[in-house]
Design a protein around this ligand. Structure first.
Ligand code: 2PG
Length: 247
């Protein structure tokens, strides 16, 4: 049996403003910092002690991991980072207001872009102010791997190699693993773990800053489908808030 803990970063500055974020590297809002510390305290109070941490390359996930680990007295833990855990690249929607986008394009198109499994938003232009074409953290990535937009299916495809090559070996070695990532990269991982269909995943939302614990069997299948949030009541309210964004 292995223990996996998933943590979505705390509220970001752009979550607070209602903007599509994707790969744009915004920091945590003051609320997000508080959420991250609460996430760390929940780990401590539950007696859950990760042995290793994996984060994306984005500041909001890195800050969340640092604040949570500090609150749990675990800043010394080894941490590995990968672009494969990044948020879904939101293409030309990056930097756009969610409510305005919904008004301009209608509910159906808005939900297709936001939650359909295989419809990506239009690609972002390299000279767009919110493009990552010149971002040095991706400079060594082969050009064909650097997205200009992604749907959730694309995220599953680029996230799974990291799951199999980096996270599963840690779990196999008996380590409790903490993954600090993003709404849509974690939806991709949960879809894989729980075997959620392409249709049903549209309804799944992940709240910010609340650890989600999975106990996995020897095939890395969850013993409890959906895992268990360390604060289920807070998670329920926050999940609704994510679902209602743009309304
Ligand atoms: O803007 C984003 O990058 C994501 C996560 O904050 O938003 P959504 O929940 O709409 O996919």
């Amino acid at each position: 049996m292995a223990t996996l803990v998933l943590l979505r970063h705390g509220e970001s500055e752009w979550n607070a403003k209602g903007l599509f974020t994707g790969w744009v590297d915004v920091g945590l809002s003051p609320t997000g910092e508080t959420e991250a510390r609460r996430g760390g305290r929940l780990l401590l109070d539950t007696g859950l002690r990760p042995d290793v941490v994996h984060t994306s390359l984005l500041t909001r996930a890195i800050q969340t991991a640092n604040l949570a680990l500090e609150a749990a007295g675990l800043l010394w833990l080894p941490v590995r980072r990968s672009w494969r855990l990044n948020e879904r690249h939101y293409g030309a929607l990056q930097g756009k207001n969610k409510a305005q986008t919904r008004e301009e394009f209608g509910d159906e198109q808005f939900m297709l872009w936001r939650r359909s499994y295989d419809v990506p938003p239009p690609p972002i232009a390299d000279d767009d102010e919110y493009s990552q074409a010149a971002d040095p953290r991706y400079a060594l990535l082969p050009p064909e791997l650097r997205p200009r937009t992604e749907c959730l299916k694309d995220v599953v495809q680029r996230m799974l190699p990291y799951w199999y090559d980096s996270i599963v070996p840690d779990l196999s070695a008996g380590r409790t693993v903490l993954v600090v990532a993003h709404g849509n990269s974690l939806r991709a991982l949960v879809k894989h773990l729980d075997g959620i269909s392409d249709e049903a995943i549209a309804k799944l939302n992940i709240p910010t800053g609340i650890p989600l614990r999975y106990e996995l069997d020897e095939n890395f299948t969850p013993l409890v489908k959906g895992g268990e949030y360390l604060d289920p009541e807070a998670a329920e309210a926050a999940i609704q808030a994510v679902a209602n964004q743009g309304r």
